[in-house]
Design a protein around this ligand. Structure first.
Ligand code: BMA
Length: 340
């Protein structure tokens, strides 16, 4: 098994926001211990965020058992200063996912998109029959949800491209093929659909072995951004090192999560046309390397290309808080083309 090089760092073009972390459990007006892995988009003149909240009875200083997960909503004029809605969002129940009552454990890690002028989420969904991904349409104020489809188990980290490509909706997936590969060796795949409901034409996009700083798994992170050079695709990467020891509140955590960036072909996004050879975001800041539920975790879940060319990237840090970093779109494209 390859081991990630010891001297990794974030890309020089990457700027962490000085206000980081931009959302913490202390800003949430209900039980909240970990606030992370949030979808963000621009909607009706402001930024909106749909975040994962894992909670235990003792709030932000919880170090013991987390009792539940819910999905919260926040809004912001600038993507940095967030106001959280007083109640979590009313997520659909088991029947909406085609499950028997009692078989739905939780939904989490939302990605948020505006597609055909509508809000569409992708959610990871834990069930008593495996982990599934789901595509869920929301109404304009996120007070009602309709599950459009679910995947087979085991699959999660679904993200959608923001527009049809060749007449089809396109989605990135991260299935978990445990039998064929012996242990965690999880790759990034693509699916196509005529209607966001029926999905097929699956293709492998990128294998974990194609990423020099991953030895365990990779997966889709933020919804891809259209650029003249291709679809800019921010993904997460995992390297495992058994010698790492305890790494966060979670007792046995030995993995490290980084972010990478790739360019996918504009007309056929199952083809990779460029990829950064070292991490875009590597855990370095204090809120990324210590005090988290799982330290050394960068888990991007949203990216927006601003009119200035700045790409804002929101990511869960340490599975505990939300952070923001940015780089110019041309710098990100250059990283994907760098032959080193
Ligand atoms: C993944 C998911 C994410 C989490 C990440 C790092 O497998 O469980 O929700 O952020 O691990 O712990």
């Amino acid at each position: 098994m390859q081991t990630a090089p010891a001297t990794l760092r974030s890309a020089p073009c990457l700027r962490r926001h000085p206000a980081n972390p931009v959302l913490t459990p202390r800003q949430v007006p209900y039980q909240a211990s970990l606030v992370f892995n949030a979808g963000v988009t621009k909607w009706q003149g402001r930024y909106i965020m749909v975040f994962r909240n894992d909670a235990g009875p003792n709030g932000p200083d919880e170090r013991e058992k987390l009792t539940h997960t819910n999905i919260g909503f926040a809004e912001s004029p600038d993507g940095v200063n967030w106001t959280v809605r007083p109640q979590p969002l009313p997520m659909p129940g088991a029947a909406a996912f085609g499950l028997d009552e009692g078989d739905l454990r939780r939904v989490y890690d939302p990605r948020l998109h505006v597609i055909d002028g509508k809000l569409v989420l992708c959610m990871a969904t834990d069930t008593n029959h495996g982990v599934i991904g789901s595509v869920v349409e929301a109404n304009d104020d996120l007070s009602a949800f309709k599950v459009l489809c679910t995947t087979l188990p085991d699959n999660r980290n679904l993200v959608l491209f923001p527009e049809r490509i060749g007449g089809q909706y396109v989605r990135l997936d991260r299935p978990f093929p445990v039998y064929s590969r012996g242990r965690d060796r999880f790759d990034m795949w693509l699916s196509r659909s005529p209607d966001l409901r029926y999905w097929g034409d699956h293709r492998l996009v990128m294998g974990v072995e194609h990423v020099p700083y991953a030895n365990d798994k990779i997966g889709p992170a933020a919804p891809p951004i259209k650029t003249k050079a291709g679809w800019l695709c921010i993904f997460h990467t995992v390297d495992r090192d058994e010698s790492r020891g305890k790494n966060g509140w979670e007792p046995t955590w030995k993995k490290r999560y980084c972010a990478g960036v790739a360019l996918l072909d504009l007309n056929d996004p199952s083809k990779v046309v460029g990829m950064s050879k070292s991490p875009l975001i590597f855990p370095e800041a204090p809120y990324e390397v210590s005090g988290g539920f799982r330290d050394h975790v960068i888990f991007p879940t949203a990216a927006i290309l601003e009119p200035s060319g700045e790409v804002k990237i929101w990511y869960g840090a340490g599975d505990a808080v939300m952070a923001l970093a940015s780089a110019h779109v041309d710098e990100l494209i250059a990283l994907c083309r760098d032959p080193r």
